[in-house]
Design a binder for this molecule. Structure first.
Ligand code: ADP
Ligand code: GLC
Length: 486
């Protein structure tokens, strides 16, 4: 079985969020499954960081795609050695700034073309006109809107026999562009309609994928249900409902090479479920590094997140003063919403020994906050899967979460019953508002003070198998179902 995994980010090449974590780990996990006899390659734009980090690169083809001269580069992932095809076009991809936006956070004006090219190349690689004719995929897994046009090109332009899956990591990002792009994207205009890739008079990359892919998946079973409702469907619930028989939810796993407190390269001291004491040293070092009061008895609450409406962290600033008065500390790493960044910065100035705020993207600090905190906070309004709560479980840092998407599928609230049967792993906020968040944090801190009970909650989480192994097998089963093989 030959599989092409098309994505716009993959750790450690380039990362803005969880999609990179998944793209960096899942193809590799599938490749290592005993039952998988085949090979899998990642397709990704050749951003500067990607070209710099790939191992053993060499050019394999030169092609003209949507009027853009591209070179296909073959290379290997730096750690796993998994095969990668990068699309090199310096004008499109080698820019200062991020994969989707410039240094000021403004979306690149030509994202339709940048990800149109990615989707078009993906489709070409699955066609009779492939520039790599000796490697024709049986199946392509596309991820999010950036590769959403690929199934449309495959069906409408290339008449490909390769089967396609579109995996939804976040329905909130849909890749909608002005109809003027139709020509540049070389899309057949007659399919710019409701039964096609048109969405409220725009071209929607995501809708194209949802409409034309053979199968759909998303990153948790609960989110698979939620997105068929008006509340979570972002206008696409109708289409998703018509495709419910083709839609499955598979919970993400975590990359245990990157995220394991017993071997994490970012931590000065290591610890594990059976030898937890090292966690204290990490907390001490974190308090020191962030200029917080060094106090083992102060509950330290961690946040690592994009700061957007999705994540519900706008509920936090109002309740921080009250919690600081109760002795709590906060280690916050997040960027996005400038107003929210400013709120947290102001609180850090007001309570320098109790609140630390870092903006920007810091891999090292994110691991240390995960390990050094006592509790992790993630009150998302919606969460397709969420990886940070999974890292929290693995690091003995029980998460406080809302009851949605992958959070609902991975965290068990602490109550009398779940304590009794050793299933409690975290705390669920009943309603996503600040009163409810405050009550839940206070409830968690009270239990944290009972060291024996807390240790049991940590154990329950740390013992759970949340590695990619089982989810990778479920993806393989989905691949086989899509290909109609046993
Ligand atoms: P999402 O993809 O919606 O942002 P996830 O929980 O699935 O949410 O994944 C977020 C990933 O991005 C995690 O690996 C998290 O550690 C990382 N992350 C988020 N913000 C930062 C940041 N400012 N610095 C470093 N890592 C971050
Ligand atoms: C998205 C979602 C997040 C998920 C990640 C990886 O960014 O917001 O919930 O964990 O993709 O699937």
């Amino acid at each position: 079985m030959r599989v092409l995994f098309a994505t716009s980010e993959a750790y450690p090449l380039i990362k803005t969020g969880g999609l990179a974590d998944v793209s960096g780990a899942l193809p590799n996990a599938i490749n290592h499954l005993k039952q998988f006899t085949g090979d899998i390659k990642i397709l990704i734009p050749g951003y500067s960081a990607v070209l710099a980090k790939l191992k053993s690169v060499h050019a394999v083809a030169k092609i003209d795609v949507l009027g853009q001269a591209c070179t296909l580069i073959s290379g290997m992932m730096p750690d796993s050695g998994l095969a990668v095809i990068a699309i090199q076009n310096s004008e499109l991809y080698e820019r200062a700034g991020g994969p989707y936006s410039d240094e000021n956070g403004m979306d690149w004006q030509d994202n339709a073309l940048r990800f149109g090219v990615l989707s078009r190349v993906a489709s070409l690689l699955c066609s009779d006109n492939s520039p790599l004719p000796n490697w024709l995929p049986d199946l392509i897994q596309c991820n999010d809107w950036q590769t959403g046009l690929a199934p449309a090109y495959m069906k409408l332009v290339d008449h490909s026999t390769t089967k396609s899956i579109l995996s939804i990591h976040n329905l909130a990002f849909q890749g909608c562009f002005d109809a003027n792009w139709l020509k540049a994207l070389e899309l057949p205009a007659e399919h710019f309609q409701i039964n096609g890739f048109e969405y409220f008079k725009q071209i929607s990359f995501l809708k194209a994928g949802l409409f034309y892919a053979d199968k759909l998946s998303t990153v948790s079973p609960t989110y698979a249900q939620e997105i068929q409702s008006k509340q979570f469907g972002f206008g696409l619930e109708g289409l998703l409902k018509t495709r419910q028989d083709d839609l499955t939810g598979i919970l993400n796993g975590i990359d245990t090479h990157e995220w394991n407190p017993a071997s994490d390269v970012h931590l000065e001291k290591h610890y594990s479920n059976s030898r937890i004491t090292g966690k204290k040293a990490v907390k001490h070092a974190l308090q020191q590094q962030l200029g917080l009061q060094i106090d083992a008895n102060a509950p330290l609450l961690g946040v690592v997140s994009r700061l957007t409406y999705q994540k519900g962290l706008d509920l936090l600033p109002d309740i921080i003063p009250k919690l600081v008065k109760q002795g709590c500390q906060f280690a916050i790493l997040g960027s996005g919403d400038k107003v929210l960044e400013a709120h947290f910065n102001a609180l850090a100035e007001l309570y320098p020994e109790h609140v630390s705020m870092n903006t920007g993207y810091h891999e090292h600090l994110s691991h240390n906050i995960m390990a050094g905190s006592d509790i992790f906070i993630m009150p998302s309004r919606f969460e397709p899967c969420g990886l940070n709560q999974l890292y929290g479980l693995a690091y003995g840092t029980p998460p406080i979460v809302s009851l949605t998407g992958g959070l609902a599928d991975s965290v068990q609230d602490t109550n009398e019953m779940s304590l009794k049967n050793n299933t409690a792993t975290g705390f669920v906020v009943k309603n996503v508002n600040n009163a409810s968040l405050l009550v839940t944090i206070e409830r968690a801190i009270k239990i944290w003070q009972n060291k024996k009970t807390w240790r049991q909650i940590q154990k329950n989480g740390m013992q759970r198998d949340i590695s990619w192994d089982s989810s990778a097998s479920t993806y393989l089963a989905l691949y086989k179902k899509t290909l109609q093989i046993n």
